[in-house]
Write a protein that binds this ligand. Sequence first.
Ligand code: Q9C
Ligand code: ZN
Length: 345
Amino acid sequence: MYVVLNSSHRSHAPLFEMHRGERLPPFECPARLDAIAAAVGKLDFVEQVAASRFDRSVVETVHDPAYVEFLSTVFDEWQAANLSGDLLPHVWPARGLRGDRVPESIFGRLGYYSFDAATEVTSGTWEAVWGGVEATLTATNLAWSKRAKAFSLSRPPGHHAGRDFLGGYCFLNFAAIAAEGFRNLGADRVAVLDVDYHHGNGTQQIFYDRGDVFFGSIHASPAIAYPYFLGYEDERGAGKGEGANKNSPLPDGTKWREYERELESQLDAIGVFSPDAIVVSFGADTYFEDPISGFGLQTADFTRMSQRIATLDLPAVIVMEGGYAIENLGDNVSAFLQGWVGPSR
Ligand code: Q9C
Ligand code: ZN
């Protein structure tokens, strides 16, 4: 198993997060990845590889180039206007407002290119996010050329970011970038399986009308959990993508027994789709002690999960999404990586 670290991840260090009416230290913070990197560095089956350089071409296929430009320049613009602190959007175009025009004002544009106020843009956000792109594409190239498994060890996460919006601690969608990267390298069909506690609304949106990329997700029902406005079972894809989107929403309190049933159902659907490569959006926030989530998985369940996914026997990129129980993150991610490298592989 290859591991590619985003060594720029610490450049994204948000100041605070609004949580249940309180201003708290952010759950999505550099200590998360430092804990994972320390644990993964001790695994004997891991080969660490440095990230290579890439241009914007793959990124600008899955994201609107104007959004990418906004993300890469907005903090400098903010500072040039003598504004201080991090950038946090606070107004959005709900139904009945004009969601089709990009405002001139920096505050208007922040609202246009986002869907929540949980996702601060900081001085180093772009540097960290670009490091994530390079780790992701390096992992994708390795997985494809060596028919191997490669883990992109990176933060901030990506699966809530859509074609032209940030949100849910995410800015660019690394799962989508990996899937598009596999397509560029010659894969005809790619499956993305999202096992984060939260629905991967960004990845679903990006591929919703495409028949070449399957998106499957197991997550807490949007009726009760973030991101609230996408992730129901009746979202099955549109146009050429009809049937290539599969949501498995579950109630809070879900443990391995119930989770496993949905995983088998997702793996069956992926088998029918018959992809040439797979991308896994891995979140350790399904862990029973996660501070912002409600599932009941145990550390050993993460090994069971990846053992099942590994039976697909495909080139695989694993991208890191959520997981906020920092004390257990190293063990949980290690347990997930362990399941990919059983004796038969
Ligand atoms: N402060 C991922 O796990 N919640 N994102 C915002 C509570 C956002 C989770 C309200 C949760 C985002 C990648
Ligand atoms: Zn999550």
